[in-house]
Design a protein around this ligand. Structure first.
Ligand code: RP5
Length: 171
């Protein structure tokens, strides 16, 4: 994507990329310029600090930050920028729910919008909602997306009602 990024997607490790790339893919579908970086709060705190402090000046509007384990990246990034930060607690098989807890337990005063565990897609959608506030074209695309969710449920329901749930389950 060649336009200046509006959304920064950062993660604590390349092991988070499987989850966090879902945010980038979704933003690409909406044609929202984004950048993907691996930045660790623990291993590269200097880079994290610089990234957060310069993000707004560089034109970013939203940051999506994903991390697993004790997950300091989302909260620390939020503390060093005035941009909204959306946290994605990354949950791999060897993790418990610590990333979720460390994000939702942010002390009062520094807000962090916390998504579900591995909820990178929802983070991207929330970023779309934020950007759509000042972008009518993006609002239109988002409305179309929401309508498609609605229509999909209606068509599944119709099929279950007309064919019966047993046949539906058998495919
Ligand atoms: C966190 O520790 C990362 O966000 C990742 O989820 C977890 C494990 O990192 P690696 O040891 O796989 O690099 O900081």
């Amino acid at each position: 994507m060649s336009r200046a990024p509006l959304v920064g997607i950062i993660m604590g490790s390349d092991s988070d990329l499987g989850v966090m790339s879902q945010a980038a893919s979704l933003l690409n579908e909406f044609e929202v310029a984004n950048e993907v970086r691996v930045i660790s709060a623990h291993r590269t705190p200097d880079v994290m600090s610089e990234y957060a402090k310069t993000a707004k000046k560089r034109g970013l509007k939203v940051i999506i930050a994903g991390a697993g384990g004790s997950a300091h990246l989302p909260g620390m990034t939020a503390s060093e920028t005035l941009l909204p930060v959306l946290a994605v607690p990354v949950k791999n098989d060897n993790h418990d729910h610590e990333a979720l807890w460390s994000s939702v337990k942010m002390p009062s005063g520094i807000p962090l919008a916390v998504m579900p565990e591995n909820g990178a897609k929802n983070a991207a959608l929330m970023a779309v909602e934020i950007l759509a506030l000042s972008d009518p074209l993006l609002t239109k695309k988002y409305q179309t997306y929401r309508q498609s969710l609605h229509d999909e449920v209606i068509s599944k329901d119709s099929l279950i009602v007309s064919e019966g749930w047993e046949k539906y389950l058998r495919g």
